[in-house]
Design a protein around this ligand. Structure first.
Ligand code: ADP
Ligand code: MG
Length: 464
């Protein structure tokens, strides 16, 4: 027993035995009680009081211990004491044990909820930063760490250069100021020049009350770079399409004026001009057809085809339909078609469009009087799937290497003037690419300058 405890026991014993002692003493002094019997009674009374005080103080100390443990909320109970328990204390002690268990369960629940919260924040697809009241980064979730190239763990967050640079960005800093001053969420659009140019939309949300880890500001970022690139591409596309339409239209308007004025009485000129006008109108028509085709295909690109396509039959039909075009350029077509090559799931109509576009290109961009080869056959395995291959090759001027990766962009041509004169719209390969994508296929373009070009389309084969 410690000294403090001894004093406490003595004081309690004094309290318990005090009144009987005084009464006994008074009786002895008044002669009502004999001295020896009185002293004996006082001794017995003291021993009784001491014993009782010890049990009482021991019980109370045990209770205090149990309460302290309950407050720690760790669910560990004080082992039952060896001293006998006073009846009332035993009841309280039971209550304390129950309280301790409830508190521990609740603490465990709160802990689990906090862990779930952290897991949600961590796996949120959008980058998220949590800042302290001093605006230092406390936490960055996985997406934010990936965006800024920071390794895992909290320690590395504060020192991460790119995050620090982001937080210093004047637009974001101003949004944080506003959010704290007005206690309302703010948005900010930023452009981060390093390490790669990024356009980011930030949402700054003040936290009142603060988060469990002391976070006062949550910054939600979304990388808009891709979206903006798509927007720019769309705008470019509209500009290109209008430009492509405007040129033949301007020429038509010009000829109409000439026919109404200076060439009114010149039948030979009129004939010639009408010929050019017909050509320009056809060009506009082709362009509109291709634009419509492209938008239709782009719409269904995410919806895989459902039918099957016998490549040899499709290739044969398209080759026959283009016979006059081949003849006009003195080109000989050789075919190597394997009847067993069946693509599925596939859209036969769209694959016919692919063959048509590739054959037209081989004629238009190939060599006058040259050779074009059309083949269909087995395509080998790709990505664990058996495939079939369609290929068109020519012996024309070919394509300079640096242009190859961009050929499937809308309106991209190696030589715009030549393509237009050849009747091209610049959309053929873009259409091919979309169709191939929809079929989960691959388009390969091989070419060496002066050695011709080969376009190969790999498609998933029908599974038997
Ligand atoms: N077989 C080929 N040989 C050489 N160049 C080609 C061939 N096929 C396509 N190209 C190049 O790719 C460009 C894009 O083709 P495409 O999208 O079909 O447009 P278009 O044929 O209307 O010009 C063509 O303008 C041409 O420069
Ligand atoms: Mg073309």
């Amino acid at each position: 027993m410690r000294r403090g405890q001894i004093f406490r026991v003595l004081r309690a014993a004094g309290l318990i035995g005090g009144v009987p002692w005084v009464v006994l003493l008074a009786l002895m002094l008044g002669g009502a009680l004999e001295w020896r019997a009185g002293l004996l009674a006082i001794l017995a009374c003291s021993i009784g009081a001491l014993g009782l005080a010890r049990i009482w103080i021991g019980n109370l100390a045990g209770l205090a211990d149990s309460l302290r443990r309950a407050a720690a909320e760790d669910g560990r109970l004080v082992p039952p004491s060896t001293t006998p328990l006073l009846p009332a204390v035993a009841e309280i002690s039971d209550g304390v044990a129950r309280l301790a268990r409830t508190l521990a369960e609740r603490a465990e629940l709160v802990g689990r909820m906090r862990r779930a919260d952290e897991a949600i924040v961590e796996t949120l697809p959008d980058p998220l930063l949590v800042l302290s009241p001093a605006r230092l980064p406390l936490r960055a979730n996985a997406a934010a760490r990936a965006l800024f190239g920071v390794g895992p763990g909290r320690g590395s967050v504060a020192g991460a250069g790119d995050i620090a640079a982001l937080l210093r960005h004047p637009v974001l800093a101003a949004a944080v100021d506003r959010a704290l001053a007005e206690q309302r969420a703010q948005t900010a659009d930023l452009v981060l020049p390093v390490p790669v140019l990024r356009e980011i939309a930030a949402q700054v949300i003040p936290m009142e009350p603060a988060l469990a880890d002391g976070g006062r500001i949550v910054i939600l970022l979304s990388d808009r770079s891709r979206e903006r690139a798509v927007e720019r591409m769309r705008a470019d596309f509209v500009a290109n399409a209008s430009h492509e339409l405007r040129t033949p239209l301007a020429s038509l308007i010009g000829f109409i004026e000439t026919l109404r004025g200076p060439a009114e009485d010149d039948p030979a000129a009129r004939q010639r001009f009408l010929g050019i006008m017909a050509e320009q109108s056809e060009r506009m028509q082709r362009l509109i057809d291709d634009l419509l085709g492209l938008s239709r295909i782009a719409l269904t690109e995410h919806q895989p085809p459902t039918g099957r396509a016998v490549l040899a039959a499709i290739a044969q039909a398209e080759a026959e339909a283009l016979e006059p075009l081949f003849r006009s350029r003195g080109i000989t077509l050789t075919q190597a078609l394997d009847d067993a090559a069946v693509a599925a799931p596939a859209d036969a109509e769209q694959l016919a469009q692919v063959v048509r576009n590739l054959l037209e290109n081989a004629v238009r961009h190939g060599r006058e009087g040259g050779q074009v080869q059309l083949s269909a056959g087995p395509g080998g395995r790709q990505g664990g799937r058996e495939g079939v291959m369609l290929a068109v090759s020519d012996d024309g001027p070919g394509i300079p290497r640096e242009h190859i990766p961009r050929l499937t962009e809308r309106f991209y041509r190696v030589d715009t003037g030549r393509s237009r004169r050849a009747g091209g719209t610049g959309l053929g390969l873009a259409i091919v690419k979309h169709i191939v994508n929809r079929h989960r296929g691959q388009l390969h373009i091989d070419s060496e300058e002066g050695q011709g070009a080969t376009f190969r389309v790999w498609l998933p084969a029908e599974q038997r």
